[in-house]
Design a protein around this ligand. Structure first.
Ligand code: HXC
Length: 298
């Protein structure tokens, strides 16, 4: 294990499910959870991909990762697999709703099946998994933590990824709603809204042309000047799934290098100005204010 901000025992005794854990961010985060003591269960649709991800994540601790082929869009499939985890491994302590489907398209071109493929994975899938774990925690008097991977589109919406923006906003709403309803059972719900973090498949989906990358993934439009890293996302994920912040619930935390707040309606674009540009701005504005003062005193 490389140097970490956290103790290697931060998640000791935790049993955490990652949906969509065979690829992308879920796969990247899994290794960090294992390195910090957690037992991890990966869900996805493709067995070979899951097996490879599980082997990779458990390299340092063989046996710490289990995988199950599950389609989160199918409630019976989710509930049955959740029951098997409970019976064969023991109750989960946390769920990471990470499974997503998304592609860039003009909304008028989407077929009903395309809309359903995205929304049923993100919205229904997150509800199914949360419900299947939550009802067991409540019935057995166990505490639990649900974390969902969202985007800053839950606050802003986004053109050209409308079903994804709609579905993620619904999960944001579920997070706030159930945080209140289930707080009395010791169940917390939070979400993270990461900005662009390069992972092979999602990156391809979100950069579908041979032109330079599209807006949401362009590093030069991010105040921090770079995209995020899986390590940073893993650190926030581990903190939220640990016992360090039991009082934190109902929150969606953006981690995007300031991208969402640097909208075109702000002066964020001035970041590129030089010292001499700023000197000129100062001289121009001081001279404008002096002449306005002079006019008022006549
Ligand atoms: C238009 C498309 C399409 C595309 C598929 N469809 N891809 N339409 N443009 N690029 C249509 C199909 O023609 C079909 O409709 C319908 O969608 C369902 O397609 P299937 O392939 O049968 O569905 P399925 O196997 O469920 O695949 C779903 C998927 C796939 C979304 C198409 O890409 C997927 O499963 N992706 C999972 C991983 C993923 O997308 N991760 C990215 C998350 S990134 P018809 O009518 O023809 O039958 C993210 C946020 C990033 O969420 C934030 C960055 C800042």
């Amino acid at each position: 294990m490389t140097d970490s901000t956290f103790s290697p025992r931060l998640l000791a005794g935790k049993r955490i499910l990652i949906t969509g854990g065979g690829t992308g961010l879920g796969r990247g985060v899994a290794r960090h959870l294992v390195d910090h003591g957690a037992e991890v269960h990966l869900w996805g649709r493709r067995e070979a991909v899951l097996a490879e991800a599980a082997a990779e994540a458990s390299a340092a601790r063989p046996g710490a990762v289990h995988f199950h082929t599950v389609d989160v869009r199918d409630y019976d499939n989710v509930d049955e697999t959740m029951g098997r985890i409970w019976a064969e491994h023991g109750p989960l302590t946390g769920v990471l709703n990470n499974a997503a489907a998304n592609f860039i398209a003009r909304t008028q071109d989407l077929s009903p099946r395309a809309y359903a493929a995205i929304t049923s994975t993100v919205m229904n899938g997150s509800f199914h998994t949360t419900h299947a774990a939550g009802k067991r925690w409540i019935a057995e008097g166990l505490r639990g933590s649900v974390l969902s991977t969202l985007t800053t589109w839950v606050w802003t919406g986004s053109a050209y990824v409308v079903p994804s923006a709609m579905a993620k906003a619904a999960v944001h709403s579920m997070t706030m709603s159930l945080a209140v309803e289930w707080a009395k059972y010791g169940i917390r719900l939070n979400a993270v809204a990461p900005g662009p973090i390069p992972t092979d498949y999602a990156w391809e989906m979100l950069n579908p042309t041979d032109k330079s990358s599209v807006g949401a993934t362009q590093a030069d439009q991010i105040p921090a000047g770079r995209t995020g890293t899986v390590e940073e996302l893993a650190n926030l994920t581990m903190f939220l799934l640990s016992d360090a912040c039991d009082y934190l619930t109902g929150q969606t935390i953006a981690m995007d290098g300031g991208q969402m707040l640097a909208g075109p309606g702000t002066f964020a674009g001035l970041t590129g100005l030089t010292d001499s540009d700023w000197q000129q701005i100062k001289e121009t504005s001081m001279s404008a204010s002096a002449s306005s003062k002079a006019q008022r005193s006549v």
